[in-house]
Design a protein. Structure first.
Length: 199
């Protein structure tokens, strides 16, 4: 998963807060196992020169963040936002793995991440989750997804007990990282610990 995937969202977040510096993390989800990517993320976060480091991850990236925080959290972590992350598993991901060559296509990190379910959130860090409900995506080609879904992940698969806030927006899975509204909501959560509900 190259860091450029998050570049547009990073640009939006940098513009929304004048004192925010955005750092993009990329990781080899296909060839590197989950523990290896968790360690790389840990070292990346620790290398950032800041009093507080907020974490934002999309899809497997959000799952990677929570796995890291549950196993060996870095210092100075602030708030966390996951976008379309399969925090309660992924029926599409499991289906892909069952197909011939599916485990190779899914990659080492995803196979391991989905094989070890996350416990209910007990973390000391505020955690917000944004899910999409526009059901257009490749996941529909391999699995009958529970509605509502973003074309890859069902909304129910993003609902982890114990999180601080949960928001559903009319976006598909890929659209979550390009949406100005997702950026606005993420920015608000990073500053307030909750999402913005317009009156």
């Amino acid at each position: 998963m190259p860091s450029v995937v998050m570049a547009r969202l990073g640009q939006h977040l940098a513009r929304l807060s004048a004192d925010r510096r955005v750092h993009l993390f990329g990781y080899p989800s296909l060839r590197t196992d989950l523990d290896g990517n968790i360690q790389s993320l840990f070292e990346f976060v620790e290398s950032i020169d800041a009093e507080t480091v907020h974490l934002v991850g999309h899809s497997l990236g959000g799952l990677l963040i929570l796995k890291m925080l549950n196993s060996h959290p870095p210092s100075r972590v602030g708030r966390v936002v996951c976008l379309g992350s399969p925090l309660r598993g992924s029926s599409a991901g499991m289906r892909i793995q069952s197909l011939p060559g599916g485990k190779v296509f899914a990659g080492k990190s995803l196979v391991q991440a989905l094989g070890e379910p996350l416990p209910d959130w007990q973390g000391q860090w505020p955690l917000g989750v944004i899910a999409g409900s526009m059901g257009v995506g490749l996941g529909r080609l391999v699995e009958q997804l529970e509605a509502p879904h973003d074309g890859t992940i069902s909304v129910s698969e993003t609902r982890l007990p114990g999180i601080s806030d949960h928001l559903v927006l009319p976006l598909n899975h890929s659209g979550l990282v390009f949406s100005p509204e997702v950026a606005r909501q993420t920015d608000y959560f990073l500053s307030q610990g909750r999402f913005l509900r317009d009156q």
